[in-house]
Design a protein around this ligand. Structure first.
Ligand SMILES: [Zn+2]
Length: 346
């Protein structure tokens, strides 16, 4: 009698557990995923993506960082403020550049990784325009990162080369073109990817993946890179390093500075590449300023940001335009990034 009762109890318990899943499997599945924490990042490593496509045209390879800066800082891009049409125009431009190189998409919706940002208040502090989140307003606006890369012989590792593409937009009724901050960093990353793809056409393939990441909403507090760290489209355990470029196009040809998330062999590799190009780099603290490398602190992924030593000149003002860019400096910055990636990923 007693064992019979136990049997029915177990049966009733089992039915009660299974029933909701049968009726609403999706809902309960989501609940369980929620209780177990974030699902693991999707692994988007292709077999041989894009291998059968025709080679990119010679015009694609002829483009230089300065060409990208000219386009991204033109009035047409409206200063690339996150959450605006100017940002979308910049994203479309970046997507076109990456697709012309037949790079593999590493976002969660092709190259794009979308997220949302709060409304922002405009502030001017020490002559620099800045954003502060408008906490009184719960409405949010869309923004995005964009990621694509070259696949390595082994899919086990990835080096990310990155730059934020957003800027201040039209601020106080004036266009802030953001040629140096940070169309210059974006141009360098694109130019280096073009060189690497051109070489891969002659059979030189990287040992590990090289992913170009263009972060959105950096000017609003590193929101794009923070989102990536929270919801990585490449498992962070696979990422060997993040090399971030921010505001690298102005000032003395040989002078750079470095911000990092801590001590790592990556810093020595950077110094070596800088030296090889007859330049100098100084590790400094941000003195209240920061860039997207900070989002990777505490993740175990070594991350650095490389900047021009004079990066603050005309920064966050309408005068950050093409006239601020020193083409020789830009070329040195591209060569440093190229040498660094050759050492780390080949
Ligand atoms: Zn900035």
């Amino acid at each position: 009698m007693k064992s019979r009762r136990t049997f029915f109890k177990i049966l009733a318990g089992t039915v009660a557990f299974i029933l909701p899943w049968t009726i609403l499997p999706k809902y309960f599945g989501q609940k369980v995923a929620y209780l177990l924490g974030e699902p693991p990042a999707k692994i988007l490593l292709p077999a041989e993506a894009g291998q059968n496509l025709p080679k990119p045209s010679p015009e694609v390879f002829a483009r230089k960082a300065i060409d990208d800066i000219r386009i991204l800082s033109s009035a047409d891009m409206q200063g690339r403020r996150a959450g605006t049409a100017g940002e979308t125009k910049a994203l479309v431009y970046l997507q076109e550049q990456l697709e012309a190189l037949h790079l593999k998409a590493f976002g969660d919706d092709r190259e794009w990784q979308t997220f949302s940002i709060p409304f922002m208040e405009e502030r001017v502090i020490n002559g620099r325009a800045l954003f502060r989140p408008d906490v009184s307003d719960s409405l949010r606006m869309p923004a995005a990162n964009i990621l694509a890369g070259l696949t390595g012989k082994s899919p086990e590792g990835t080096v990310i080369i990155s730059a934020h593409f957003d800027h201040l937009g039209i601020y106080n009724g004036k266009l802030c073109p953001g040629a140096n901050d940070n169309a210059s960093g974006v141009g360098c990353v694109l130019e280096v990817m073009r060189r690497l793809v051109k070489e891969s056409g002659t059979g030189t393939r990287p040992r590990i993946n090289i992913v170009a990441a263009f972060w959105g909403a950096e000017e609003m507090g590193f929101l794009g890179s923070q989102y990536f760290v929270k919801k990585p489209t490449i498992p962070l355990s696979q990422v060997k390093a993040v090399i971030n470029y921010d505001t690298v196009g102005n000032g003395e040809k040989k002078d750079f500075i470095l911000w990092s998330t801590g001590d790592s062999p990556l810093i020595n590799s950077v110094k070596k590449a800088v030296q090889k190009n007859g330049a100098e780099i100084e590790s400094t603290a941000g003195q209240g300023y920061n860039s997207d490398q900070i989002s990777f602190a505490g993740t175990g992924v070594p991350a650095v940001t490389i900047l021009s030593k004079e990066w603050l000149a005309k920064n966050h003002t309408p005068e950050d335009d093409m006239s601020l860019i020193n083409e020789e400096k830009l070329e040195t910055a591209c060569n440093i990034l190229y040498d660094l990636i050759k050492e780390m990923a080949y």
